[in-house]
Design a protein around this ligand. Structure first.
Ligand code: NAP
Length: 294
């Protein structure tokens, strides 16, 4: 698909991304392609922002009437205290990745949850009796747990190396009717035979751990033939985990669609228009092919 290009005018309005670092972000590629296709005179710009400058940057954004922005590491939690309104979903996840201006106020939400759910909704739609195993207990894992809960999953294990760090996940079980349970890493093989969905939220499998899988190769055979293996990593594609699962004939989902769908959900909030998701996907795939990452 041809990705439209466009020029900046005197009336161009700004959207953006803040983080530290932001130089490797793929968001500007897909957001600007979508904005051009929508015929909107907007530009999406990455802004490297140090933690100490967060409040100053927000005041600056207000002064220049920036319409909205995404947030990446390390500001997803720190931004809370600077916003006037935070959605209940972002409060539950404990992270904001999308901010917009409404009636002179800064509002924030979390679109990673929608991004995570989209490929599952498109392909399978989880059932309430599904057992989900989430590998890793960082920020992305909280969005995954919230997404699984929204999809109705009632039994969610969150596995990590430091089980005490995972206790906060159990409180997420108070939302909905299911249970969220912290699982020490060494107990993962016990849960694998029951798992309907396994989600990797650790960085194991991405640079510099390209040759590693969060599930040891000898553990993959514990999975049922109908188990879905979902890796949030999008480079490389597929990861070693997904290759091992595919070799065993399992259905797999990579992290690229989540990246696209969280961006599309943010753009819809900012523009209040239907977003050309296919254009965002093509722009990203073309960019990754050109840079030999796909
Ligand atoms: P994070 O907050 O740093 O959390 C990473 C988690 O992985 C921590 O719980 C950490 O456990 C665990 N971990 C790290 N190395 C490990 C290892 N060798 N073995 C077992 N566990 C390990 O990071 P995050 O923001 O959640 O992001 C995690 C991953 O998701 C990244 O790869 C990121 O690129 C991906 N992601 C993708 C999307 C998307 O749109 N596709 C969106 C968000 C994130 P400890 O606490 O024990 O260190």
């Amino acid at each position: 698909m041809l990705v439209p290009s466009r020029s900046i005018t005197g009336a161009t309005q700004l959207l953006g991304l803040i983080g530290d670092p932001v130089r490797h972000s793929l968001s500007p590629i897909m957001q600007n392609a979508a904005l051009a296709a929508m015929g909107l005179d907007y530009l999406y710009v990455p802004f490297p922002v140090k933690s100490a400058e967060l409040a100053t940057v927000l005041a600056g954004f207000q002064a220049i009437d920036l319409k909205g922005f995404n947030i990446t590491i390390p500001h997803k939690q720190a931004i809370f205290s600077l916003l006037d309104q935070v959605s209940p979903l972002a409060q539950r996840v404990g992270a904001v990745n999308t901010v917009w201006r409404s009636e002179e106020q800064w509002c924030g939400t979390n679109t990673d949850v929608q991004g995570f759910m989209s490929p599952l909704q498109q392909q399978v739609w989880p059932r309430m009796d599904w057992v989900t195993l989430v590998l890793g207990g960082g920020g992305a894992a909280r969005a995954v747990v919230a997404g699984c809960q929204q999809l109705g999953c009632q039994t969610i294990y969150v596995a990590g190396r430091k089980v005490e760090k995972l206790r906060s996940f159990e409180a997420m079980g108070d939302f909905g009717h299911g249970k969220v349970m912290a699982l020490p890493w060494e107990k993962v093989p016990e849960v694998l035979p029951q798992a309907d969905l396994v989600v990797n939220t650790t960085p194991v499998g991405m640079e510099p751990m390209l040759e590693e899988s969060p599930l040891a190769p000898e553990w993959i055979c514990f999975l049922k033939p109908e188990t879905i293996v979902y890796d949030l990593i999008y480079i490389p594609n597929p990861t070693l985990l997904l290759k091992l699962a595919q070799d065993q004939g399992l259905t797999t989902i990579d992290g690229l669609e989540m990246l696209i769908q969280q961006g599309a959900a943010a753009l819809e909030i900012w523009t209040q228009q239907t977003v050309p998701v296919e254009i965002m996907r093509s722009a990203l795939q073309e960019h990754l092919r050109k840079s030999h990452q796909l």
